[in-house]
Each structure stands twice: as C-alpha cells, then as structure tokens.
Design a protein around this ligand. Structure first.
Ligand SMILES: *Cc1c(COP(=O)(O)O)cnc(C)c1O
Length: 410
C-alpha cells in the first residue's frame, strides 16, 4: 500500500494526484499532502522512531518522499536545550530552546523544508530548482542543489544581508537580486514558473516542502520524553511553520505517539515592522491585512503571507496568541540569548525571544508552565543588525603596560 495518497485541498478536501502543484483549481486554496494514516500506523511507534537515524529522517514515515532522500541526510535532530539562565532572567520556571542555529547544512530551519523539496524535485524529474527567498531559503536551496547536482536559480530582494548573499553565492547558483521586497520577488517567481519548468521550493513544490516543518514539532516532543509542552512560540514569515505545528500534532495524536497534544498553546512571533498575522490575532480577526515590511528581521519580512489565515486559525484553535517586537527589542533579545545561553541567533530568533518575554510579562504565558522557544536561524548571517549596538574591541599595542593601562579604565 502506498504511504502517500496524493494532495488534498485544505478548504474543499478535493483530491489531486501527487504532482508539482500547490493550489486547488476550484477554491484556489493551498494543497496539502494526504497520507494513508491507517497504513503508516501499522508500523510507526516510539520505538521505531527512536531506532531511526539522528536526523529529521527518523520521522520519514510521516514525510512525503516515495524513495530515499538525496540530500539533507544530516539535517535536523538539533539540540533542545534547558535554558536555566534564561529562566532566571525572564522569571519563568521551565524554558527550552529548540536550537536550529546549528541545523545542517546551512544553519537555519529552512534545511528541513528544503531537504524534502530537493528530493521531491528529483523524484518529479526536475533538473533545476529555484526559489523566492528572504535569505535562509536561498542559502539552503543553493546548498542542496549543489549536493544533488541540480541547476539552481535564486531570486532574492536586492537589499539582503551580506551573510545571506555570500552564504548563497558560495554554492554557485545563478543569483538574481530584485529591486523590490519579498512579495514582489515571489510574484515575479510565479510568472517565471509559468515560462520555465523548474521546481520552485516554495511555490509549485510547496505542499511537500511545508511538510518538513513538522519535524521541528516532532523533535521537540520526542526530546521532551514524548510529553507535549504547555507553550510553543514560533516565528512566522509565510506562516507555514506555524500552520504545520498543528498538522504535526494531529499526526502524532493519530499515530498514538502522544496524549494530550491539545494542551500545547501555539503562539506566533513577528516583527513590529511586518506583523500581519500578529495584528490580526490582536484584533481578533480571522483575516490579515497585507503590510509593506520594514524590519531588521529580514528573514521574516513577508507582508502578504501565503499561509497567513491558516497560521491565524492554528494559533486561535490552540488557545495561543501573537506578539511582535521592535528592532530595538529584537537586538536586546539576541543579546539576552547570547549572554544567558551562549546561543547566537539571527534577528528572527530575536523576534521569537522578544515575543516570548512579552507573552510572559502580560500573563498570556504563565511563569510556572513549560515553554519551548523555536530559535530558527544563526546570528552569523545577520551581523549588520548589530551595527552601532555592540561596544568595539579595545585596541592596544602588544605590550603588558598597554594592557595594564587599559585595565585601569575598565
Ligand atoms: C523562513 C523562516 C521562518 C518561518 O517561515 P514560514 O514562512 O513562516 O514557514 C522562521 N525563521 C527563519 C529564520 C526563517 O528563515
């Protein structure tokens, strides 16, 4: 029996074959992978997972590949860290950091989704992969394309951070910088996709790509001894990660791998300068107003999120809430995480931690409940965020006297 039945419309349930398509012809709603859960349930167990590889592929039974993965063999199974110093700083009893700053190969959670997208592109017979990216996706698609020996075209806003551009170009794809924001890049890519028969990770391959996000939830649960936490705080760009937290939870419940998954409240974090999902939650609306992004958290700067309404629905259904953070709060939170837990996150992680702090302070998250903060990218990629925000090194001559003089001033 086949593990994957095909694709299914999120709104109408209309079914489609396994193909590189992403929206329903009737409703224009997104398509999702439709699994044969009864078949999967026959073999999956905590034990079968625990005996699997130390990567995201330990959950392969709930991922949409027909064959073996061709890239990303070391992706995922990143540390879940009990953050004692951060607990002290925030006055909370039980905080964990899910540390995707060390996700391989390109140091962000995007390697999870791209591992699936790349293998799926190969299974569909594409020879070229592409994407519209806010940065991390560009890094990841280029690296995976190199490993899989695929041609690669990357479309990014022209004003991305140097770390994100260099971390893409080093893999030697064709990189196209667009004079415009992500939403304009994405629109252009949809048009390019009509002309060129390429696998766009986050467009025509999106239903498969998005499944990779589930592994973040799966890992957190397994690493907590199969016990769902009280709260998960997740950042949102296009809203896919947040939405897939709920799908992952439903699947683990269906497979009898967890009880009481519904105890977990899923909260969403965005930057003040790009918070369509959080704004809607605060207004109590089921719909979001697109915005024009203006934030240092460029990896989250999507003003018209493709899965926005589903992210809103997911958060509401779970009993969670949303918070946003200013550029200053983002930088302070990045410093806080570094100085308490030794973890250097990119601006997106600053957004997530700053939002967590606010949710604790406002009482939306109770101080004695268990909290998991998803830190999704590495700080080395966004160093310009700190321009003017860190003290410069003390420059001295190579003499002990210079050092002792310096010590008198510190
Ligand atoms: C892409 C990204 C996210 C969230 O992505 P969604 O589009 O909402 O799934 C979160 N953190 C980082 C660092 C990212 O690059």
């Amino acid at each position: 029996m086949e593990k994957i039945l095909g694709l299914k419309c999120r709104e109408t349930g209309r079914k489609y074959e396994k193909k590189p398509i992403h929206v329903c012809e009737m409703s224009f709603a997104p398509l999702e992978v439709d699994y044969n859960y009864e078949e999967i349930k026959k073999t999956i167990s905590r034990k079968s997972i625990e005996n699997g590889p130390l990567s995201m592929w330990r959950y392969a039974d709930l991922l949409p590949l027909d064959g073996e993965p061709v890239t990303g063999l070391n992706t995922g199974f990143t540390p879940l860290i009990r953050a004692k110093n951060l607990e002290e700083a925030l006055g909370a009893k039980e905080i964990y950091i899910k540390d995707d700053t060390v996700c391989r190969p390109t140091l962000s959670f995007k390697d999870r989704v791209v591992s699936i997208a790349t293998s799926k592109a190969v299974e569909f017979g594409f020879d070229t992969v592409s994407c519209a990216s806010t940065g991390n996706l560009a890094n990841s698609v280029s690296a995976h394309a190199a490993i899989a020996k695929l041609d690669c075209f990357i479309f990014i806003p022209a004003d991305l951070e140097t770390g994100k551009v260099v971390g893409t170009s080093v893999y030697n794809p064709v990189v196209v910088g667009i004079n415009g924001n992500y939403d304009q890049v994405n629109r252009l890519c949809s048009e390019v996709g009509d002309v060129y028969n390429w696998a766009f990770a986050n467009i025509n391959i999106r239903p498969f790509y998005a499944e990779g996000s589930k592994t973040l939830y799966f890992e957190v649960i397994e690493q907590l001894g199969w016990k769902p936490p009280d709260h998960i705080i997740a950042p949102a760009a296009g809203g896919s990660l947040v939405t897939k937290m709920a799908k992952a939870r439903r699947e683990f419940e269906m497979m009898d791998l967890i009880e009481d998954g519904s105890r977990t409240r899923i909260h969403v974090a965005q930057a003040d300068g790009c918070a369509p999902i959080v704004n809607a939650l605060k207004e109590g609306s089921a719909f979001f107003q697109p915005v024009k992004p203006d934030t240092i958290a460029k990896s989250l700067a999507i003003g018209n999120p493709a899965d926005g309404i589903y992210a809103i629905e997911t958060v509401k259904e779970s009993g969670g809430y949303g918070e946003s953070a200013s550029d200053d709060e983002i930088i302070k939170a990045m410093k806080l995480l570094a100085s308490t837990e030794g973890i250097f996150t990119e601006t997106a992680g600053g957004v997530t931690l700053a939002a967590t702090k606010k949710l604790i302070e406002s009482g939306r998250i109770s101080r004695d409940e268990s909290i998991v903060v998803l830190i999704t990218g590495n700080g080395m990629k966004t160093i310009e965020a700190f321009n003017g925000h860190l003290s410069a090194p003390h420059i001295i001559d190579p003499r002990l006297k210079s050092f002792t003089q310096l010590m008198e001033t510190i």
